[in-house]
Design a protein around this ligand. Structure first.
Ligand code: FES
Length: 141
């Protein structure tokens, strides 16, 4: 990272059973990935209230990643399906607010996919860096 280079603020809301374990595996395997993401662990992506996402953007996030178990693997049966539906709606709400919808991403990373976790983070960081600061952050300056 060059000095003075803009660093995005990205929030990852990740499920305890799959994506958190995948992120942990990436760490234990010493797989390198960008440090621009701050993670919050929830028990299931079904717990992710759309207000969490709105608050993240309102509080300065440039991007939000929600990551959970693959379909069929949710420990609470259908939490990830419910979350996927909400993410679809949230993208439309964000667009209406002038926030590019690809600032919000949902992915599915299992406990054994540490390398995939690193790739997801690289891709999310690149996408958000290419977009630049969130329009909400630009308004607040
Ligand atoms: S327990 Fe992981 S998404 Fe539901």
């Amino acid at each position: 990272m060059a000095e003075g280079e803009w660093q995005p603020k990205i929030l990852a809301i990740i499920c305890n059973w799959c994506s958190y374990a995948g992120a942990d595996l990436a760490g234990s395997a010493r797989i390198q990935y960008p440090p621009d993401v701050r993670a919050i662990r929830v028990m299931c992506t079904g717990r992710v209230d759309p207000l969490f996402i709105m608050k993240a953007f309102a509080d300065g996030a440039d991007g939000v990643l929600v990551s959970g178990c693959h379909f069929g693997d949710c420990h609470y049966i259908a939490g990830n399906y419910k979350c996927a539906k909400r993410m679809f709606l949230m993208k439309s709400v964000l667009k209406d607010l002038g926030i590019e919808d690809n600032r919000l991403r949902m992915t599915f990373v299992s406990a054994s996919e540490g390398a995939k976790w690193a790739k997801v983070i690289e891709d999310v960081v690149k996408t958000v860096k290419d977009l630049g600061p969130s329009p909400l952050n630009q308004l607040q300056q």
